[in-house]
Design a protein around this ligand. Structure first.
Ligand code: HEC
Length: 177
């Protein structure tokens, strides 16, 4: 009788231990998962700082602004520019090198906002607003009607921050193949 009592007590204890042993790694995993996520979403001030204009001045975005910019960009531009490439013209992607070599250079906030308002050919010679979505051609490109100046600023910010976060993946790493 005493031995049966002892056995059942032992069983209970073992079961409790097993439960704890199972729950512990689970709790650990959850902790790691959450902290991992927090780290992944934490961009440095350096990554969030981009050229404001051609004069070398800079502007620092908040992470929230860049996330809004990403959303706007994916909705309005993603069909052709997802991941920073240009589907129908691989030579004119949104990677920093290609933006820098345009005339005038487009690797700054002001130039990108100008581009979205009235885009020009790569050599800057003529407007391509009839071919490329823009504020000037929002009569043809109706999606552009949903955007205001602040939206343009956030999208341009995202285009400049993305390669600093994603590296050469943004724009397809074209220069490497
Ligand atoms: C229908 C497809 C399409 C959509 C939608 C589109 N683009 Fe483009 N984009 C292009 C093409 C094609 C080019 C290359 C134009 C050229 O030949 O100069 C281009 C070029 C650009 C460039 C110049 C890149 C460089 O290296 O000089 C920028 C900046 C740009 N797009 C931004 C945007 C933004 C911002 C949006 C969303 C508001 C957008 N585009 C929507 C097709 C598109």
């Amino acid at each position: 009788m005493a031995s049966t009592l002892f056995t059942s007590a032992l069983r209970r204890a073992l079961r409790a231990t097993a439960r704890t042993l199972l729950a512990l790694p689970l709790a650990l995993l959850l902790c790691l998962g959450f902290s991992g996520q927090a780290t992944a979403a934490q961009w440095s001030t350096d990554q969030l700082t981009v050229p404001a204009g051609p004069d070398g001045s800079t502007v620092t975005f908040t992470e929230q602004e860049i996330k809004s910019g990403r959303k706007l960009f994916n909705t309005s531009c993603g069909e052709c520019h997802a991941g920073g490439i240009t589907k129908t013209n691989q030579n004119v992607g949104l990677d920093p090198e290609t933006l820098a070599l345009a005339t005038p250079s487009r690797d700054n906030l002001e130039a990108l906002v100008d581009y979205i308002k009235d885009p020009t050919s790569y050599d800057g010679e003529y407007s391509i607003a009839d071919l490329h979505p823009s504020m000037r051609s929002s009569d043809i490109f109706v999606k552009m009607r949903d955007l205001d100046d602040e939206d343009l600023r956030l999208m341009a910010g995202y285009i400049l921050v993305a390669p600093k976060v994603q590296g050469i993946q943004w724009g397809g790493g074209k220069i490497y193949f």
